[in-house]
Design a protein around this ligand. Structure first.
Ligand SMILES: [Mg+2]
Length: 254
């Protein structure tokens, strides 16, 4: 591993699956904290608000603080505020606290997250009509699927692609693999991207996204990992058995 001064960890599939921490995850975080490096946790999860997500991590014994947790929904909110946009929210109702207080009358932007069972034909049609009138499409994330306790689940990506196709436009993706999310985390750490390593179980969103954004990256064989994912990387990034295996290698390289 080249010189590393900061580490970004994905959550789901790296530190936990569903409500259970992955083996070694708690100790891995503790050991990372003892290293002279900056630490941030970066997730595209768009079904759980920031405060609840933090509480869930802490309940699993994962030692994460509010300021260390960067979520794609919060990054999306910052974009809406910065551009003065009034969103039509195609999101899971649980995520509403992250968008509380934003103007919602006469929406002029469409925000899509992982609404899960709350995607409906009617709501997708409302979004389509706004897009056809010129509203931008902001995708909190466009992941294909994620691993939950009941198996693989469709993520927001399929719905983003459907709206892009129907309206004949491209979404602005806010979450990983978009560079903005990685660069925001590096800026928080006061480091340049090449000094920071991103660790994830999603070869596209976490690893290839981070590499494209100029970071170092590592893939773990947990969560949604498939053997074919490693083939996509070539020599671009190492693959570790799990987050503890990554920490072993990082410690040895410092
Ligand atoms: Mg993941």
């Amino acid at each position: 591993m080249a010189s590393v001064q900061g580490c970004l960890l994905d959550l789901s599939g790296v530190l936990h699956v569903g409500s259970a921490p992955l083996p070694g995850a708690r100790e891995a975080v503790s050991r990372l904290r003892r290293l002279p490096i900056g630490l941030r946790f970066l997730t595209n999860t768009s079904r759980t608000p920031h405060a609840l997500l933090l509480a869930q991590m802490n309940q699993m014994g994962l030692d994460i603080t509010a300021g260390e947790l960067l979520t794609a929904p919060l990054a999306t909110r910052l974009v809406l505020e910065h551009r003065g946009l009034r969103p039509y929210l195609l999101i899971h109702p649980h995520l509403r606290p992250d968008f509380a207080g934003l103007p919602r009358h006469r929406p002029n932007a469409v925000v899509v997250g992982d609404a899960g069972p709350y995607f409906s034909y009617q709501r997708l049609n409302c979004a389509l009509r706004l897009l056809m009138e010129g509203a931008p499409l902001l995708a909190i994330a466009q992941n294909r699927y994620f691993m939950a306790a009941d198996g693989l689940n469709l993520d927001a990506g399929a719905f983003v692609a459907g709206l892009e196709y129907a309206a004949g436009l491209r979404a602005e993706v806010i979450g990983k693999p978009a560079a903005a999310m990685f660069h925001a985390a590096c800026a928080q750490l006061g480091l340049s991207p090449d000094q920071v390593v991103m660790v994830g179980d999603d070869v596209e969103a976490d690893v290839l996204g981070a590499l494209d954004a100029g970071l170092q990256a590592a893939l773990v064989r947990t969560g949604k990992f498939r053997e074919t994912d490693a083939d996509q990387l070539g020599n671009g990034a190492p693959v570790y058995a799990d987050v503890m295996d990554f920490v072993d290698h990082l410690e040895a390289s410092l």
